[in-house]
Write a protein that binds this ligand. Structure first.
Ligand code: SF4
Ligand code: F3S
Length: 104
């Protein structure tokens, strides 16, 4: 499965949802997550993300994000098409340790 990591937080470009063939992205206030039981591992979303926030779960050190994607994809609503990107998205692009911005 593929995993959305903290680089999505406050960037939320949503180019990923446009290409996912199984519509398995779920929307929180400041980031999206992937439902690991719906993702078919096709990989097409990874290069679409301008923030490079999407990674395959075969990469090391993603446990926190795998848990977060599983948890919130069960709670947040499904998102199948791109909305307007947050106006300050570019200011958060590449910023480290954005976890504290998950809900703010
Ligand atoms: Fe969707 Fe494919 Fe990305 Fe999984 S890897 S979230 S199926 S686009
Ligand atoms: Fe987030 Fe990148 Fe999608 S910033 S919303 S994972 S295109």
């Amino acid at each position: 499965t593929y995993v959305v990591t903290d680089q999505c937080i406050r960037c939320k470009y949503m180019d990923c949802v446009e290409v996912c063939p199984v519509d398995c992205f779920y929307e929180g206030e400041n980031m999206l997550v992937i439902n690991p039981s719906e993702c078919i591992d096709c990989g097409v979303c990874e290069p679409e993300c301008p923030a490079e926030a999407i990674l395959p779960d075969t990469e090391s050190g993603l446990e926190q994000w795998m848990e977060l994607n599983a948890k919130y994809s069960a709670e947040w609503p499904n998102l199948t098409s791109k909305k307007e990107t947050p106006p300050d998205a570019d200011e958060f692009k590449g910023v480290e340790n954005k976890f504290d911005n998950l809900f703010s």
